[in-house]
Design a protein around this ligand. Sequence first.
Ligand SMILES: C[S@@+](CC[C@H](N)C(=O)[O-])C[C@H]1O[C@@H](n2cnc3c(N)ncnc32)[C@H](O)[C@@H]1O
Length: 441
Amino acid sequence: MRLPPAIVAKTEEVLREILRFTSPADVTLSRFFKDNPRFGGRERGVIAEAVYSVLRNKSFFTDFAGHGSTPSMRRLALLGLAETAGIDSIGGLTEDETHFLTRIKEVDRTLLPGPVQANLPQWLYDKLVAQFGEAEALQLAAVLNTPAPLDLRVNSIKAERDAVIATLLEAPIVAEPMPYAPLGLRVKQKPALQNLPLFKEGAIEVQDEGSQVLSQIVGARRGEMVVDFCAGAGGKTLALGALMRNTGRLYAFDVSEKRLAKLKPRMARSGLSNVHPVLIAHERDAKVKRLAGKIDRVLVDAPCSGLGTLRRNPDVKWRQQLGAIAEMQEKQAAILDGAARLVKNGGRLVYATCSLLDEENDVIVEGFLATHPDFDLVPMSQVLAEQKIPLEMDKYLKLLPHKHQTDGFFAAVLQRKALVKAAPVKADADADADVTATDEE
Ligand SMILES: C[S@@+](CC[C@H](N)C(=O)[O-])C[C@H]1O[C@@H](n2cnc3c(N)ncnc32)[C@H](O)[C@@H]1O
């Protein structure tokens, strides 16, 4: 069925707003749909997909959309709609426009300059090329510019993975176990999950496989004291709470009341009673200090550029500025330093981001280790072996969309040296034991 010509005009209208980049694309889109309630599910889907396609392909599309007699915003809307719904589905095209869309479809993108091919701003393209080399940066960009699959996490408090697969199949939704996350499922289609009893009863949560792996490597165990320092709406908190088998105490800290409020209904659905949300003013809050030196595992899922999630949030690459990275680094280092105070002797601190940039990842961890001699890096190869996750990594976890089919994630595990009491003077050998570690507080 052909899309009515009004869809083109409406796509153009919302695109004009989104390309100002004054607020996140998903926020502008939901406001737009609220203001235009007569659109049905299919039309909403088509408009949203077209907008996301323009955001993913903006460099390539704008290179071509500027030419010809049709206004360029209409051309961009047409390119987005053609990419997602097909040229033949668009109603009301002029002959000139059909010709334009057909011609663009035939362009060999591999002949275009790197940043246009990669659909990245020049600064980001340069950074990725410096880190990965040009060939791999282009592969990475190509995957970052495709939509992410739908991943689920089975809530082990409520259900088992095989049983969930069977129940989903009755819907009928085909879900397959994922290679790295022991409770993960990848769904082939993009079904609406909200009304499924499995979802309402808290047996499943939507969560990228990478995010699930990250929760797993925290290694939180039954009965432990654990802090999710940047819990947000609690994606990783819920995974951690289930890994702790609903025992111990899991504090969910965040500075955003709005985000923590979103965690509460999710907690209720999940059946977890070990989670304690705590609003903090900043990383040096008295509420943090009160727990200093008492926590077994601390996860710092730090605020970051979010460049690892471009498959889901393609506007981030256009909204993010090079100058903001340095500001972000300062915040990341301060939060990691504040969170480190919580860790007890022998306890672990996990620093994680969904950024692809070394500046927000390796550099922050190296800076931390240089100023915190009481912490050691636990090689990721060791952590993954402990958790029986079949991933090959060296010092750090570096998940990449083109290699692991997850969002881009980074993580490092840091362990506070265990305080070994000095033995009575007699044994010289014992005196060499590690007695250097002290608690900061
Ligand atoms: C990457 S998001 C966390 C996502 C969350 N862990 C999840 O899995 O859904 C980073 C979070 O850090 C929070 N944040 C920013 N500054 C903070 C600070 N100084 N202390 C604690 N949290 C902070 C933000 O409000 C945001 O929710």
